[in-house]
Write a protein that binds this ligand. Structure first.
Ligand code: NAD
Ligand code: UGA
Length: 439
């Protein structure tokens, strides 16, 4: 059993800490956010993540998982300090490392025994060396026995526990192979491939992976837009491409674009790094631009369908950036709502989990209790997030409640022929519907 301190108790820190406790370690999760820690001590989760509450409860009850805001207490006797704090976008798209710096400084100030510092936050290439430097500088005269290991995280929100427990791979980067092997031991029960490399390569693997996935989505969205003009069906195109193992079926779902707390900031941060180092990230820039346009296309479709948006009532189904999370950070829905409001549209919206977060962020929106209330009196509906709840919706009831029967299916969840048969003017993304109402 190892003793772990996890600094930062957000999506990554909380899931990492809880899963390592579940694997038999003694884990203390630390955060500067007092309310968050107080809630966690009382069994209240700070985020909606399927399966999280159960596994947190089991492990706190077993005594292997504790929460605190006290750095000294959390770091005392720890074999490993995991840094899992946020790395949001700075003004020019660069990763803002202030929280990583602060975590490194706390380690430097409070740790006296040998420790392995594991960096789980997504950080620019070279940050591992920078963290080493920060700690060494602060400990000048009283050196600390420590090594930094880069251990990027690849979990997705909405399936975080499963992704952590069944990873495709674990990547570890360090100049000290013994330290990397010690971290590898923590993951041994997961029986997954473990790749040990140098720190900078590990850091780049994380950015390259996110950027590649975002590229795949922007690619299929560009194809979807072509399909719309050329009368092809992008879902079939994806399926046909995906059978080729070199391409694969995943991340080829066309829609209103990618969002969330990571793809947007990480693609921007990688492009920023590239420019800083004198290279020209032209593919990444195109990937970002396609994504920006994809969100705007929804508004374009509606403007055309309704002959203008002023005073039109638009219902929004889904606010979170993807299903199974309440996270709305950089959700495509937010931008779509802002664009519609700028043109005078009246918005009514519903999300199964993200309403509380949305209320803090989006003003002038009528928040509804269910999808049917959203449809009531609406001139058009936009399906923005593919929650299962929406897939099972009573479409006849929706039809009867709407003022004009226009639907933009931003995630291609319904069948065009069914929608047309029901009498909807139905738009989707790249399946050749184009608002066609003919059967
Ligand atoms: P988050 O915003 O949900 O949580 C970060 C937490 O760190 C917050 O609770 C904050 O209060 C705390 N914090 C900030 N400074 C602190 C400090 N000095 N000491 C202690 N706590 C501090 O962030 P997240 O979504 O968990 O992301 C964390 C990192 O992991 C980011 O770099 C992100 O890019 C990366 N990542 C995120 C995901 C994801 O799905 N969210 C997946 C893979 C990697
Ligand atoms: C993503 C990566 O998938 C994780 O591996 C990574 O660890 C994480 O970012 C991170 O670094 O934070 P996440 O943002 O939780 O995970 O969600 P994804 O499932 O990747 O979806 C991202 C966005 O892409 C969503 O808006 C989703 O709707 C969109 N998407 C996804 C599509 O539009 N089409 C697809 O085929 C897949």
């Amino acid at each position: 059993m190892s003793k772990l301190c996890v600094i930062g108790t957000g999506y990554v820190g909380l899931v990492t800490g809880t899963c390592f406790a579940d694997l038999g370690n003694d884990v203390t999760c630390l955060d500067v956010n007092e309310t968050r820690i107080e809630n966690l001590i009382n069994g209240i989760m700070p985020i909606y993540e399927p399966g999280l509450e159960e596994i947190v409860t089991q492990n706190t009850e077993s005594g292997r998982l504790t929460f605190t805001t006290n750095f000294e207490e959390a770091l005392k006797g720890a074999d490993f300090a995991f840094i899992a704090v946020g790395t949001p976008s700075g003004d020019d798209g660069e990763a803002d490392l202030q929280y990583v710096r602060s975590a490194a400084e706390s380690i430097a100030d409070l740790v006296n025994d040998p420790i392995i510092v594991v960096n789980k936050s997504t950080v620019p290439v070279g940050t591992g060396d920078w963290v080493t430097e920060i700690i060494n500088k602060r400990r000048a005269g009283k050196p600390l026995d420590f090594t930094v290991v880069s251990n990027p995280e690849f979990l997705r929100e909405g399936s975080a526990i499963n992704d952590f427990m069944f990873p495709d791979r674990v990547v570890l980067g360090s100049i000290n192979s013994d330290a990397a092997k010690s971290v590898a031991e923590l993951y041994a029960p997961l029986r997954c491939p473990v790749m040990i490399t140098d720190i900078r390569t590990a850091e780049m693997i994380k950015y390259a992976s996110n950027a590649f996935l975002a590229t795949k989505i922007s690619f299929i969205n560009e194809i979807a837009n072509m399909c719309e003009e050329m009368g092809a069906n992008v879902s079939e195109v994806s399926r046909g491409m995906g059978y080729d193992h070199r391409i694969g079926t995943q991340f080829l779902d066309a829609g209103i674009g990618w969002g969330g707390s990571c793809f947007p900031k990480d693609v921007k941060a990688l492009a920023h790094m590239a420019v800083l180092h004198g290279t020209h990230p032209q593919l990444l820039q195109a990937v970002i631009e396609i994504n920006r346009n994809q969100r705007r296309r929804v508004v374009l479709k509606l403007r055309k369908a309704l002959g203008g948006l002023d005073d039109k009532v638009i219902g929004i189904l889904g606010i979170s950036f993807k299903p199974n999370t309440d996270d709305i950070r950089d959700s495509p829905t937010l931008e779509v709502i802002h664009l519609l409001q700028n043109e005078g549209a009246i918005i009514q919206a519903y999300d199964p989990q993200a309403m509380e977060n949305a209320k803090k962020e989006l003003k002038r929106v009528k928040y509804c209790e269910n999808p049917y209330q959203v449809a009531e009196g609406a001139d058009a509906l936009i399906l923005a997030t593919s929650w299962n709840e929406f897939k099972q919706i009573d479409l006849k009831k929706i039809y009867d409640l709407m003022n004009q029967k226009i639907i933009v299916d931003g995630r291609n969840i319904w069948k065009p022929e069914v929608m047309r048969d029901m009498g909807f003017t139905y738009y989707d993304v790249g399946r050749g519907t184009n608002g066609d109402t003919e059967k």
